[in-house]
Ligand binder design. Structure first.
Ligand SMILES: [Mg+2]
Length: 145
């Protein structure tokens, strides 16, 4: 792989955020040290972080707009409908009647509706439960080892 030309980004005076550090760690792991100077890798990590965060803000704005335009009641019904479609797609996939791509489409539909449900009810509470359940799952898995 040749030199990567990254856009010029002013280095922040602050240290890297946790998220920027995680991205930088991935870049360091995937890039041989003689290909790019460390400062360049850190710049790229910041660009990627900013871009992902901007995308996340944009996505959240779209989902919030859907809730405002269609209303909570309609979006809860839509969530039920999409979950039903995923159940059917999974049942059909287990019987070899649909492709995995069709299942993926239904998974995406449900993900979109799950994000809206979290916004409709309480995103912070959902996140709290999500994180604690992921932690509990990790502990269970560690006991399996
Ligand atoms: Mg669907």
């Amino acid at each position: 792989m040749g030199q990567v030309k990254a856009p010029d980004v002013p280095r922040p005076k602050r240290g890297l955020t946790d998220f920027e550090r995680k991205i930088a760690d991935i870049l360091f792991a995937e890039t041989s040290t003689n290909e790019l100077p460390v400062e360049r890798v850190l710049d790229i990590a910041i660009v990627i972080s900013n871009s992902l965060q901007a995308e996340s803000v944009r996505e959240e704005a779209i989902l919030r707009r859907a809730i405002e335009v269609y209303g909570c009641h309609a979006q809860i019904n839509m969530a039920l409908e999409e979950m039903g479609e995923l159940i059917v797609a999974l049942q059909h996939w287990l019987r070899g009647r649909v492709s995995y791509v069709e299942v993926c489409e239904e998974v995406a539909d449900v993900q979109i509706m799950m994000k809206q449900l979290a916004m409709i009810f309480d995103k912070d509470i959902v996140r709290k439960y999500y994180e604690s359940k992921i932690k509990r799952l990790e502990q269970r898995l560690n006991k399996e080892d």
